[in-house]
Design a protein around this ligand. Sequence first.
Ligand code: MTE
Ligand code: MO
Length: 321
Amino acid sequence: MLIRTKSDIPSSEITPKQVYVNRRTFMAAAVAGLAVAAGKRAFGDTGKGSTPPLEKLATIASPLSTPGLTLTPYEDITHYNNFYEFGVNKDDPARNAHTLKTRPWTVKVEGLVSKPKTFDIDTLLKLRPMEERVYRFRCVEAWSMVIPWAGYSLSEFIRQCDPLSTAKYVQFLSDDNPKQELLPWNAGISWPYSEGLRMDEAMHPLTLLTFGLYGETLPNQDGAPVRIVVPWKYGFKSPKSIVTVKFVRKQPMTTWNEMAPNEYGFYSNVNPNRDHPRWSQKRERVIGAPIWRQLQPTLMFNGYGDQVASLYAGMNLLKYY
Ligand SMILES: Nc1nc2c(c(=O)[nH]1)N[C@H]1C(S)=C(S)[C@@H](COP(=O)(O)O)O[C@H]1N2
Ligand SMILES: [Mo]
């Protein structure tokens, strides 16, 4: 069953965001009563195109990689996911995201650029040498992983886009498969998933245009064929399966900020001193770690403060959360 009532779900499985979405889902499901049928249709064939098998990526070691961390097992990185387009439970995306066709795939560049352009994914894969970057990854739901990503700095891509000096922010839109509009849990979220960064955040060398993990192309559930990773921000600032990059003058609308602005801010820098209204951010559960080090203190800027704190000099980070 796609829709489960809260009492069907063991409490260990309920994550904060799930509870939030489920609350809206119940209402929608009660009205529709068609949820299961709609869900089946939604994960059927999604039209032309294909999903190529995972490929090896030749990566070079990066000086921007975080040393001394224990990697999260591949199995956890690929089976404990947030990708709401493919379901709200952590194991849903691994089961459902195969319906996403990742070839052909293009990334459209629009807005405040000297000339709009469209990049083919195979061009993007070859644009710069592929680096392996091990980063801490902290979800706003107070769990974390350590992931060996493969990609190159988003700044390298942005330079190819020729943004105008009037561009102050950049917005990312994920793929919006029209068939998935039927999904019952869409009640709360409007697709496409939208995220955004201030231009200096987007240009920071740590911000990664990401094509792979563990030396292979991304599995669909992790955002194939291309996603963003911003290691000092909560995980939802890393949009998956992106199809549009838009340069804009004003702070763009972002999915979670629009849905619950008091819970999810635009900046969403990892900050143990600013609790989420419904839970503490002081600690995190390290997914896949042995039990004696599963609970760890959360670090300011997820441990990347030396590199990024200056971006926010003079800003009240409790106000601009
Ligand atoms: N398009 C899209 N991107 C998304 C999400 C999503 O639901 N849809 N979830 C976000 C959240 S909340 C997190 S924590 C990360 C999870 O990435 P992972 O599953 O690869 O660990 O993806 C982010 N990007
Ligand atoms: Mo997240």
